[in-house]
Design a protein around this ligand. Structure first.
Ligand SMILES: C[S@@+](CC[C@H](N)C(=O)[O-])C[C@H]1O[C@@H](n2cnc3c(N)ncnc32)[C@H](O)[C@@H]1O
Length: 251
């Protein structure tokens, strides 16, 4: 049986690695590193730094080429399903070629593997395709935990729920009946496309890294600033990762 360690590495700062994550990496014979092209080179570099710093025994690295996703269009689920199928085929081939039965392979997942990451779905798909595979999941510190810590706020109001969603979903409007909404994967500044009403925003980019930026305030007051700062930073770094909490201001 081939074994995988699916390790949450925290969302930006190698110091966010947990003791469990460090122990898991030190059980790995092979570390699989995704290559998502130029834009994500900085993130690959961080994964390599983590391996250099925390793995205290010999290990091999294998690069996994990540195919480009087709533009989503109207069939978002179909496009993602096709994309995952191609990634799973790559994983299947590499696990057969590079991970002998009885050895441990590690996959380093940004933040926490349970939050807006498809590694677990893809690995399940590889197993469903017939490869004998087992895995353990090691949780990590997610970007939304970092967002809350940096802004020094709880994510929920007392006794109230929090909704976690994407920029794609938010463009339809601030979700009805919600008080606190976390938005991830927003390449289009969806907060500009909803009525600011009585909303507050707690925004963070490059959380946990040396380029970290935080902005908070009434959405109506700071939306322009977030948009401007985001565009500038993206131009300068060549990539951006940002997330934010929108919540109704207290009456
Ligand atoms: C594919 S999801 C991965 C989330 C990850 N599994 C986690 O636990 O945070 C990528 C999205 O997470 C958010 N994100 C991840 N790392 C971030 C960081 N360091 N700063 C701000 N947002 C981040 C952004 O919304 C980005 O679009």
């Amino acid at each position: 049986m081939r074994k995988l360690l699916i390790v949450g590495i925290g969302a930006g700062d190698p110091d966010l690695m947990t003791v469990q994550a460090i122990k898991a990496l030190n059980r790995a014979d092979v570390v699989f590193l995704p290559d998502k092209g130029e834009e994500k080179a900085a993130l690959r570099h961080l994964r390599e730094q983590i391996c250099d710093r925390f793995i205290e025994k010999p290990y091999r690295t294998v690069t996994i080429e990540t195919p480009q996703r087709a533009p989503a269009g109207s069939d978002y689920r179909g496009v993602v399903d096709d994309w995952h199928g191609r990634i799973a085929a790559n994983y299947d081939r590499l696990f057969r070629e590079e991970l002998p039965a009885g050895q441990f392979g590690a996959l380093l997942v940004w933040g926490d593997p349970a939050l807006y990451d498809s590694t677990l779905r893809i690995v399940e798909r590889v197993r469903a395709g017939g490869l004998a595979l087992d895995w353990e999941v090691i949780p990590g510190i997610s970007s939304i935990q970092l967002l809350a810590a940096r802004h020094k706020i709880p994510l929920n109001r007392i006794g109230e729920p929090v909704l976690i969603t994407t920029g794609r979903k938010l463009v339809a409007g601030f979700p009805a009946g919600q008080d606190s909404v976390i938005v991830m994967l927003d390449g289009e500044q969806a907060f500009r496309q909803i009525a600011p009403e009585d909303l507050e925003i707690y925004w963070g980019a490059y959380l946990g890294t040396e380029h970290e930026i935080l902005i908070a305030g009434r959405l109506a007051d700071v939306a322009d600033e977030v948009e401007r700062v985001r565009a500038q930073a993206r131009r300068k770094q060549g990539w951006i990762m940002d997330t934010y909490l929108l919540r109704r201001a207290k009456a």
